[in-house]
Design a protein around this ligand. Sequence first.
Ligand code: MCA
Ligand code: AMP
Length: 466
Amino acid sequence: MLLASLNPLSVARGTDIPNAATIDGVTLSRSDVLGAATAVAERIARADRLAVLARPTAATVIAVTGCLIAGVTVVPVPPDSGPAELAHILGDSGAQAWLGEAPPGSELPAIPVRLHARSWHSYPEPADDATAFILYTSGTTGPPKGVLLSRRAIAAGLDSLAQAWQWTADDVLVHGLPLFHVHGLILGVLGALRVGSPLIHTGKPTPQVYAAAGGSLYFGVPTVWSRVVEDPASAQALRSARLLVSGSAPLPVPVFERLAELTGQPPVERYGMSETLITLSTRFDGERRPGWVGLPLAGVQTRLRDERGGQVAHDGEAVGGLEVRAPTLFDGYLNRPDATAQSQTPDGWFITGDVAVIDRDGFHRIVGRASTDLIKSGGYRIGAGEVETALLGHPAVAEVAVVGIADDDLGQRIVGYVVARETVSETDLIEHVATQLSAHKRPREIRFVDSLPRNAMGKVQKRQLG
Ligand code: MCA
Ligand code: AMP
């Protein structure tokens, strides 16, 4: 039973679920979540936007749910954000306080989240077009942009996934993904609460903890699945699962095939973005084709365009820029009307920045990204420009170019090409980035060079690096 409202707890009301969410060693029943989150809602009723330091804990689940009940916008913050990133997210979002834990040294007040508090007050459903989340995501240049996601978009996105995957309250969802992105938080926590399927958050998503969890529905980024197939005993333990889902980055064909062999079932692949939520997926009861991400979800339209905006044939071979129209689209980037305008065509389609092929049956294959400046490493989206700015802040760095290099485990790994003005070690530069930005934005490797390849205009030729 799925309702059109976003309040994830408004679904299946009346039936308690003893193990609605198990996370960080705590198991919450559905009434625990509802009671504690409503108690949070009472404390924050007059707030507009609150930051949540999104560790994978029961407190994060309660904080986010409380905001959804009260109609307060949540700004999820990566718990290991460096000072530069944190200052940007807090300043740009205008978050008024922390809900739950605050990072050390933060000047914003913190409102406590009490796991054992209970309230049964009933709140009216906030407006459908209210902003549920401001999710920060990297662009090709500059600091991360705040993606405005409405309650309506999220509800539509979750319901279309439940339909495509036949996800019901009989499932037990397992994943160990971070709670500051669409995949782990919106699909992985709100999806489970909305559908009413118990959630087991494993902590770090190793093959062994996935094998031990005994769920029916598993979410992972390709790095997780490629580690699972390296551990056949763990992979074989997933034979009893109903559905294994991969997304956030391309799933390599050999990993798809090995996973199918070891678990007895080909994984479902789905494609999306912070700005669009999930738009394409293979189906529980449909074809699962290695290297392809399937068909549009309910209400989603897609098309391919060439560089001049001309149509590209959907013939399974022609490659074009992927554009989407969907009920799940974001409402723009916060404080960035320029970037919002650039992300759309004049006739209102969202330009994904991904390059794709569509076949005659409407199946989609993602070929790559139009720009080399957006890197996907371990499923995380990282803007080369942001890492370059951090590196240029080090006194020894004269010039820099950051690229994503193909990597069997991570999909891409971040490599910084550096022209140094004085002697400096690779470790010092990597650590310098970690003091500014989240840990996953650190380069894995620094390559020192005498000069960077540039064209006649002086622009760095990144395709020549790597
Ligand atoms: C990492 N390490 C490093 C460096 N980088 N050490 C030194 N220098 C570096 N440059 C350390 C890590 O801190 C870690 O240490 C150890 O090396 C291993 O790191 P790593 O290989 O990254 O493995 P991991 O920590 O196990 O992480 C892999 C992961 C993670 C679990 C797959 O990348 C992850 O959670 N990815 C999910 C991202 C995600 O959810 N994206 C969704 C975006 P130690 O072991 O001590 O900790 S939403 C989205 O994309 C859309 C909407 C969609 O389609 O879903
Ligand atoms: P993010 O905003 O972090 O959600 O990253 C979105 C980007 O992840 C997309 O623009 C794609 O480049 C990539 N992506 C997500 N899912 C897939 C997939 N199944 N296959 C290929 N790329 C994907």
